[in-house]
Design a protein around this ligand. Sequence first.
Ligand SMILES: *Cc1c(COP(=O)(O)O)cnc(C)c1O
Length: 402
Amino acid sequence: MTNNNTIPFLDLVTPHLELEEELISIFRRALKTAGFVGGPSVEGFERDFAKFCETKHCVGVGSGTDALRFALTAAGVRAGDAVITVPNTFIATTEAISQTGALPEFVEVDEQTSNMDPSSLREYLGMLCDFEPRTRRPISRRTGRPVTAIVPVHLYGQMADMDPILEVAEVYNLVVVEDACQAHGAAYFSQKEHCWKKAGSMGRAAAFSFYPGKNLGACGEAGAVTTNDEKLAQDIRTIRDHGQVRKYYHSMEGYNGRLDAIQAGILGIKLVHLSDWNERRRQAAERYREIFGSCSVPDAIILPYAAPWARGVYHLYVVRSKSRDQLRKHLTEAGVGTGIHYPVPLHIQDAYRCLGYQKGDFPISERAAEEILSLPMFPTLQPEQQFRVVSEVANFVSLAVI
Ligand SMILES: *Cc1c(COP(=O)(O)O)cnc(C)c1O
């Protein structure tokens, strides 16, 4: 296969070359002012990103993992607590929980959306927890720990079903921190509020990652917390900066978790294009659906589910196949880049053996991990490239099924 016939899983080069002059001017400005950390460039981006997410506040931090950890800490999660999330996410979600001193506990995901299943959440709280009347909070029977927070993940850029999750959180007095690290710009139609809500505007706070491959990516590491709670935003500003309220006066121990000025400037330039890039991802997803439809690829390939109450931003385009590994091999040999997000659910990762879960505890997540395959998806993906991807999938299916 020749080089120009290969289709990358992700093209991170083209969008940066298109913006090359603007991006370089950010670096020049930083050199001239020596404003490398904090300052007007960070504040400007925070204002712009809060506006984009339709939240009152945004606090720029060093990474998505920082964002999750700081949001959980500022929202009151303490050592000894239990925090609920899902097993089919990137490990940063649970690392952040553990780094606050809490223990992650898992609930199952919905078969169609691959996101937190509100009925599993209800079942877990109602049947696997005792109710502590003094704090009005559940105590996990697995660990004896008080459950204090829920972290729903908007995986692949698709929204978790937030209305029922928020309702359960209210009943059980739990904090909700959205992991929106894959969902910049996604939206959810809230029946409760009768309007569309942006990812990152629904929980007490939300975490975003600007890792280069995300829908909005820095040229390095960066992240942000969004919230409508002014006090929480202020606390996160303190936590990200060594617990300083002013220089060398520390109200607590914090972290070195600030957003650097060059990354903030770069993110500001790219944020202008984010809605357009997201729209192009949606169009590419729509086109995949049409091409798959016209190729009459049999039911052997399951396309991503788009819930009517959500507008996803297709951070990833994830299909399912019972012969995933062979399909992936076929595509690799045909020069089509793919990924698996993620091959091992967290509850059966070696790192979490200490949590005491077993294979079989979350069958939907486990089955998904064996069947999912992420196809090429990025804003500059061309229709011809998509035709080639689908025809290679169709080739494989006709070979494999017959
Ligand atoms: C990328 C990602 C993170 C972590 O973000 P970093 O910026 O890499 O620290 C957390 N959760 C999810 C779901 C992610 O995809």
